[in-house]
Design a protein around this ligand. Structure first.
Ligand code: 2X7
Ligand code: FE2
Length: 349
């Protein structure tokens, strides 16, 4: 009954789930438009070069010691940082050039609508409010405002509440910066920043899911219409139960481990679905992942990405996995182009 009440307060009409959720029936009602049919209609020639799960713990940037970040470290969290090395090498292969990075971040939280960075340049100091000891990053970045606007318009056309963020003094959140930095430390590409709308928490997981499905489709259509070669980043951890006390030395890896066995099982299950090419099942199970693993997927980033990629049935490449203060972080890449797709052969995992 509580769920029905919440659905009645839903602000937009985008395919509310009509049956109780279960992995088998949750997405049967409507399938998204296929990539090829949209491309044929737009004739814009744009495409998604890769879609990545690109988690953003500020610890990763701290451990990398880039010149932009003030605090210094002795390293740490290497399994995840090696994953980012592998992802960067994969994206640097021939024919994989991209024009812009589109990043969806949990730490730019907007309660009313989906917001998009709408200022061409930002230069400021971004400080993590929880870990100011680890992340004080001098940010200097360009925004592809035209692409942002194109996504915003299409999202609005699908019934979502949207807004272009035009405040030039806005401080870019660490979820956006950390993911972009780990993927492209040269910062030589413009970005499109997308906020995380609070609908999963304010309404329900199902409402959040449907909004991200629409936002993902809008993103894909805008990329194709504007002719951009785009790299998509979903900036979130998977399981997200984290330590509540920091040790004397944050990078002391003798203290780093998963928080709870159930969290590990959910991380492995989600990764398996990605590697199996079962994106639709992962999308359907997202509400359970969110509730059972206190997952940061309640920000909608991963659901947005799966929708933008039109729910891949091809396998994703896992570049790395590791915990950061107990949270589960996987660096994963989907390559829509079968000519460049490289996937490590699987064992029993
Ligand atoms: O924002 C984060 C996170 N998602 C995971 C781990 C550690 C810190 O911050
Ligand atoms: Fe986070």
């Amino acid at each position: 009954m509580a769920k029905t009440m919440k659905q009645m307060r839903k602000p937009v009409k985008i395919n509310p789930p009509t049956k109780p959720r279960s992995p088998r029936n949750a997405r049967k009602a409507k399938s998204v438009t296929s990539v090829s049919s949209v491309a044929r209609r737009s004739g814009g020639g744009g495409r998604i070069v890769a879609g990545c799960l690109a988690p953003h713990p500020p610890h990763l940037v701290y451990a990398d010691n880039p010149p932009q970040n003030e605090p210094r470290s002795e390293g740490g969290w290497e399994p995840v940082r090696w994953g980012y090395e592998r992802l960067r090498a994969s994206l640097a292969r021939a024919t994989r050039e991209y024009d812009a990075i589109i990043v969806h971040s949990p730490h730019w939280r907007t309660q009313v609508g989906h917001h998009f960075l709408g200022v061409p340049k930002f230069r400021n100091l971004s400080v993590d409010p929880i870990f100011p000891n680890l992340f004080r990053f001098k940010c200097d970045l360009d925004v592809d405002v035209e692409l942002a606007q194109a996504i915003e318009e299409r999202a609005r056309g699908k019934g979502l509440v949207t807004k272009m963020m035009r405040n030039p003094d806005y401080r870019i959140d660490y979820g956006t910066i950390a993911a972009c930095h780990m993927v492209n430390p040269a910062w030589d590409k413009p970005i499109v920043g997308i906020s995380s709308n609070g609908s999963y928490k304010y309404y329900s997981n199902d409402v959040g899911q449907e909004q991200q499905r629409a936002l993902g489709a809008a993103t894909r259509e805008a990329i194709e219409a504007t002719g951009r070669r785009a790299l998509l980043l979903a900036s979130n951890s998977i399981s997200h139960r984290h330590f509540t006390r920091e040790g004397k030395l944050p990078e002391d890896m003798s203290q780093e481990r998963i928080y709870h066995h159930g969290q590990h099982l959910w991380d492995m299950h989600a990764i398996r679905l990605m590697r199996d090419g079962r994106a639709e099942q992962l999308f359907d199970e997202m509400p359970d992942l969110i509730d059972d693993a206190t997952s940061e997927a309640d920000a909608g980033c991963l659901s947005w990405l799966l929708s933008a990629l039109a729910f891949p049935t091809y396998p994703a490449e896992l570049h790395g996995y590791g915990t950061v203060i107990g949270t589960g972080n996987a660096v994963v890449e989907w390559d829509p182009d079968p000519r460049t797709r490289q996937v490590t052969p699987r064992g029993r995992t």
